[in-house]
Design a protein around this ligand. Structure first.
Ligand code: ADP
Ligand code: TRP
Length: 330
């Protein structure tokens, strides 16, 4: 059985890109008997972004309830909160000591900030704290502490998995073969979802449609999708954002029908109404579950507590082997 592990940072409200790009495929994978899944909320990774404790609480429950509302079954998936697994942070420190500083200098997120600082004639490390700099080591710890085989992530995270592999190999070489070497798992045909303005849907671009926003807000957001100025009756480009989104919510036949209507000159207003209908129908049952969990946070806490107990067993075993390998435990 392959061990699959992935985490999502609670840095904002879950949006359609997160759902179709990460959550839905991860949940489908968890239904396959060949995989043993570890999914978690990477709350300590979110510290590099969040400004207040209220934000942490708000986004933490949003992401936790989203996973559950989207069908994560805590009996099948070990579902936990990163900060509950103290073993990960002990392993993190040990791994810092086999990680060359140069490897961190080359990490994309850090490099991008340095380049931006240099262009603006700021100190090269302006606005960089050690959490951001060491981010890839903590991510390696998340993965290696559970001996993950496969890590499903978006393309932007591929380098982090490569770094995790390098760190594992460095440790294994210096001491002994303790860590499993993980592989990146990037889903084929999983295109990047576009946002309201046609760019990648992302919190950073402020162009998202929140997954569990209420109906009114969902309608408002869909109405904001940027289109060209073609009039009703004129054929529409099927590469438009509305068509790309519509397809996600329906089967192939309905997708073809819609595409034909666009070619036949469906008005943008009508197209947006139709998109709202299918999106809302798709999301509605999950939204109800989401609200149920949001109104029963004790239940969510309990699920995560049970998940942490299960996860700790695995991490404890790894930590023990690591401590023995470095000579602090017999
Ligand atoms: P954001 O860009 O909004 O900050 P995150 O980086 O927190 O999103 O992404 C969390 C997960 O959702 C990652 O696995 C990422 O690959 C996936 N994801 C985010 N945006 C999209 C998108 N537009 N299309 C597909 N997947 C996405
Ligand atoms: N860095 C990931 C992201 O930004 C989140 C993450 C943290 C993660 N730890 C992980 C993903 C371990 C996979 C495995 O999306």
């Amino acid at each position: 059985m392959k061990r699959v592990l992935t985490g999502i940072k609670p840095t904002g409200y879950a949006h359609l890109g997160n759902y179709f790009g990460a959550i839905k495929p991860a949940i489908e994978l968890s239904k396959d008997e060949n995989y043993e899944c570890f999914y978690f909320i990477a709350d300590y990774h979110a510290l590099t972004t969040l400004k207040t404790k209220d934000e942490m609480k708000e986004y933490f429950y949003n992401i936790a309830c989203t996973w559950l509302a989207c069908g994560l079954d805590p009996n099948r998936v070990i579902f936990y909160r990163q900060s509950d697994i103290k073993e990960v942070f002990e392993i993190n420190w040990i791994l810092c000591n086999v990680t060359p500083k140069g490897l961190m200098n080359r990490a994309h997120a850090y490099k991008a900030i340095v380049e931006n600082n240099e262009q603006n004639n700021f100190d090269r490390d302006a606005n960089v704290n050690m959490g951001l700099y060491n981010y890839p080591i903590l991510m390696a710890s998340d993965i290696l502490s559970f001996g993950a085989d496969l890590v499903p992530v978006g393309l932007d995270q591929k380098q982090h998995i490569e770094i995790a592999r390098d760190i594992a190999m460095a440790f294994n070489k210096k001491y002994q073969e303790v860590f499993n070497i993980p592989d990146c798992y990037i889903q084929e045909n999983n295109n990047t979802l576009v946002g309201l303005d046609g760019r990648k849907m992302s919190k950073s671009y402020n162009n998202t449609i929140q997954l569990f926003t209420d109906e009114k807000e969902l309608k408002k957001k869909i109405n904001k999708i940027v289109t060209d100025s073609k009039l009703p009756g004129e054929p529409k480009d099927v590469n438009c954002t509305i068509n790309k989104l519509y397809k996600l919510f329906v089967d192939e036949n309905r997708a073809k029908d819609f595409e034909q209507k666009l070619k036949d000159g469906l008005s943008w207003g009508e197209a947006k109404n139709m998109l709202f209908e299918v999106a809302n129908n798709y999301i509605k049952p999950m939204r109800e579950k989401f609200l149920y969990f949001m109104n029963n946070k004790n239940l969510v806490d309990e699920i995560l507590k049970q998940g942490a107990i299960k996860a700790q067993k695995y991490a404890r075993e790894y930590l023990k082997n690591v401590r023995k390998a470095i000579g602090v435990e017999n």
